[in-house]
Design a protein around this ligand. Sequence first.
Ligand SMILES: [Zn+2]
Ligand SMILES: [Zn+2]
Length: 335
Amino acid sequence: MNYRCMSLRQPGEPLRLEQRAVPRPGAGEVLLRVRACAVCRTDLHVVDGDLPPRRTPTVPGHEIVGEVVQAGADVAWPVGTRLGVPWLGYTCGACEYCRGGQENLCERAEFTGYDRDGGYAEYVVADARYCFELPDSLDDLHAAPLLCAGLIGYRSLKMAGDGRRLGIYGFGAAAHIIAQVAVRQGREVYAFTRPGDAAAQAFAASLGAHWTGGSDQAPPVALDAAILFAPVGALVPAALRAVRKGGIVVCGGIHMSDIPSFPYDLLWGERVVRSVANLTRQDAIEFLDLAPRIPVETHVEPFALEAANEALERLRSGALTGAAVLVPTAQAVAP
Ligand SMILES: [Zn+2]
Ligand SMILES: [Zn+2]
């Protein structure tokens, strides 16, 4: 039996619809029928070649909601279980990072939709140890963005500390989820969008943002921390300017344009700039437990699998509100 996927042959080219034979899961793996796969900015960086290709062809997609159709040896999930597959697809368990509780930094990590074929497809094989059950309160379409926008956003929020006044630069899929968590935690959210993007500012306000403005504006008060989800290096000095002494600036994306030089004075006063890389399984356990208790609601725009290029283009141009989600339509037939 064959299945359809959207494949990247060469960075810079559009994805191509291809047919492949449905694989069999090996020991410790599950074969999932993909029910939804959200589109992440990292996919755009892979497709555009901002991230160097690790293998071609590649099927992107690492916010996968799937249903177990076949389980390999030593897998406890029964057929029919709904699972989520995130960006972290494999770690070695042996390097100093894995042993030190930082598997997100594993030297031999493999990432879904980058090192391993991802969810822009009707079927996907995943290592069962990196799959998670999802909250019942969200359907497939609305659960998919939790798996990266939610998880990486949550890790970014933890790294931002406990400060009350939180800036968020770039109000897309991750921001719209994390703003809900932050508001529920009693924080004031200051949402910075593309200058003049009134629709994004209204969206942020509807989710409880205390203040909204353009990324070229200064907030009305000094912030305790800021998270950058926009892949724009020039926002790092802007965010440093916006935080108080001791404030933390977290870069939440995997790729960013170059950071322009800035006066040391902006960093002085024990301000901190840091990145957040990938996720740990512990992040996933914590966030997937927390999300239904907020409760996080996701705003999604569904696309057919074959429309993946269109979804990526809409993300690139900033035309999305919330997250794009691909919805493959394969029938639920075990191969
Ligand atoms: Zn490792
Ligand atoms: Zn992602």
